[in-house]
Design a protein around this ligand. Structure first.
Ligand code: IPD
Ligand code: CA
Length: 265
């Protein structure tokens, strides 16, 4: 089995190569189609980038499994799996709103061992390996110092189903008076990396998929932050919480509990 270091280096290289592909493809006419709803879009660039990553991972590590947002999964015969989002923040990518990424997480059985999130508009790579700390390019990053909940800047995101969004907005209304302010930038992996480097104090979202959060949750933890799920510290589609400190993470989870699970259409 490869060492974690090999996997970290490979994840960083693949993320940077895929980011180049996404960046150069923005110049061309995009072909856009809808997925689960009109608000859930996918482009030919998402698919081409996913194909590129699958080929690259499969070429280097043929025994590893791959779980990919646009569906090109591959079942290998090792405990290592790669969880990839070729473009996180597809709506931003289409509109040119500067928050979209390539996100690559690597698991060894249940443990996340490597994560690379390439912030394409900023041309910056967030990355981490288990036990190695968290980095932005070559600089170590850390979450912000703990502040009171009332002084916390919180990021979040919304799902693609109308019913779910309305419920999410109701929850948002219930906490907006208790925190410093709210941000919705549109790429969950980057929101979590922003938390890891101190641009946010906390983040929550209900309805993420593993490719949205796997890489970035390792980066947050290695930057000194807390990650929680709906019941323990395992993030899931039901709930993903990140915070610079446990008190804020607990506050968000306690507040959210009565609203969960958010329904789909
Ligand atoms: C979406 C983004 C968004 C979040 C959604 C995700 P996609 O990913 O991360 O910020 O709110 O829940 O689905 O569809 O752009 O890969
Ligand atoms: Ca995506």
């Amino acid at each position: 089995m490869q060492s974690y270091q090999t996997l970290v280096e490979a994840a960083k290289i693949f993320a940077a190569e895929a980011a180049d592909l996404v960046r150069s493809s923005r110049m061309q006419q995009l072909s856009i189609s809808s997925k689960s709803s009109n608000t859930d879009m996918v482009t030919d660039v998402d698919k081409a980038t996913e194909n590129f990553l699958v080929d690259r991972i499969h070429g280097a590590f043929p025994e590893h499994s791959i779980i990919a947002e646009e569906g090109s999964d591959h079942k290998g015969n090792s405990e290592i799996s790669w969880i990839i989002d070729p473009i996180d923040g597809t709506t931003n990518f289409i509109y040119g709103f500067p928050s979209y990424s390539v996100s690559i997480g690597v698991r060894a059985a249940e443990t996340i061992v490597a994560g690379a999130v390439f912030n394409i508009p900023e041309d910056a790579l967030y990355w981490s390996g288990k036990g190695m700390g968290a980095f932005k390019n070559s600089d170590r990053i850390h979450v912000r110092e703990r502040v009171a909940v009332s002084k916390s800047l919180i990021g979040t995101g919304f799902g693609y189903s109308a019913i779910r969004r309305v419920a999410q907005a109701k929850f948002l209304a219930s906490i907006i008076g208790e925190v410093r302010d709210i941000r919705r930038a549109g790429a969950a992996s980057l929101d979590l990396c922003f938390l890891a480097e101190g641009r946010l104090d906390g983040y929550y979202e209900a309805g993420l998929w593993p490719w949205d959060y796997t890489a970035a949750t390792l980066i947050v933890r290695e930057a000194g932050g807390t990650i929680l799920g709906p019941v323990d510290d395992e993030p899931s589609r039901e709930l993903t919480i990140g915070a610079s400190n446990l008190e804020l993470a607990d506050f968000l989870r306690e507040k959210l509990h009565p609203y969960l699970p958010f329904e789909e259409d």
